[in-house]
Write a protein that binds this ligand. Sequence first.
Ligand code: GAL
Length: 411
Amino acid sequence: MTSIATAMTLLVAGTHAALGAEQISVLHWWTSGGESKAIRVLKDDMDKQGYVWKDFAVAGGAGAAAMTALKTQVMSGNAPSAAQIKGPSIREWADQGVLVDIDKAATDWKAQLPAQVSKTMQANGHYMAAPFSVHRINWLWINKADLDKVGGKPPATWPEFFALADKFRAAGMTPVARGGQPWQDMTIWETVALSQGADFYRKAMVDLDQKTLTSPQMLQVFQIVRKIQGYFDKSSTGRDWNLATAMVINGSGGMQFMGDWAKGEFANANKQADVDYICAAAPGTSNAFTYTVDSFVFFQQNGKKEATPGQLALAKTIMSPGFQEQFSLYKGSIPVRQDVSMSKFDNCAKKSFAAEQAAIKSNSFFPSLAFGDLQPSATAGAISDVVTHFMNSNEDPQEAVRKVAAAAKVK
Ligand code: GAL
């Protein structure tokens, strides 16, 4: 037996060696429970295809630390095979001349992707990034037992939201579970901005229109955010997003504003939509959809300007229907490919899909500013600094409006 096993091992090793098993190094920031379950699907798939996965996971929600690590790797000539980059940054990296295109893998992508996503994945007419899924940002997650206990219902307006928050507080819970990190605060601010209507979001966030940025509506956005802050707990500074989600999972927190990767945490804790928790569109945003689409870009390896077989296989796998389905089931998102059946998904995902299709038709399917899907990194960073300062000081909302309009001019 032993000798057969040994022979088998040698044979397998020999086959890998014969194929010259390509090593694929992958830089990403998916380290929470739900996130790592989702990325493991890709690793397993690549393993099966005979590639050797080298994982560079850099912890830190929304990827700020991962981006720092990536820059260091690229500058020292150790660029990974693939890295998690999205939105306008795809073009920014492509313009540096360090990426390879993956056109050969993208045979049916144009037909299968929402038009604006397909465009974002390209630079100079070539596909430079492979998209995973669509995360809806404008969600409010509510603990169902807490909601029943206080006799509340999911809030559709801001007055209803604050009334519910008061009830949660009176019942001894933290009304709004929040992680005090710049990107999480941006999520709240951007979602409140969306509640001012699709037109407002388009003019303020997409067009960066000065008149809209300095309008009374923008003042109201900062005023609502200030009021929401009154419902955080004292230890929220610096808290990771998944720890805030854990508060809603265990009921010590009533609700959380967060994209639907939060659902990956609920699922990972064996919690069920509509039974243990509610996913509701954030107040005033049920007809709109802010999204982030995660994607991988591919770096030149050994000075070659063409994608390696492993890189092409990786891009192809990411966009394959089977992977798209399983990844999103774990991640909390919906497939970005438009031909994947939603039959295995829960109600939250089905609601997300319906909202996505409606928003595409009504031209209110908006890239998220907070997650780097919308504006160049310099502009998005300048706006984020204003919001972070506002949320960590007693700054007057009027002053914040003035500053945010100035930040929008940063290129
Ligand atoms: C976002 C990303 C999501 C999720 C989140 C928290 O930037 O798009 O997939 O992982 O960060 O880490």
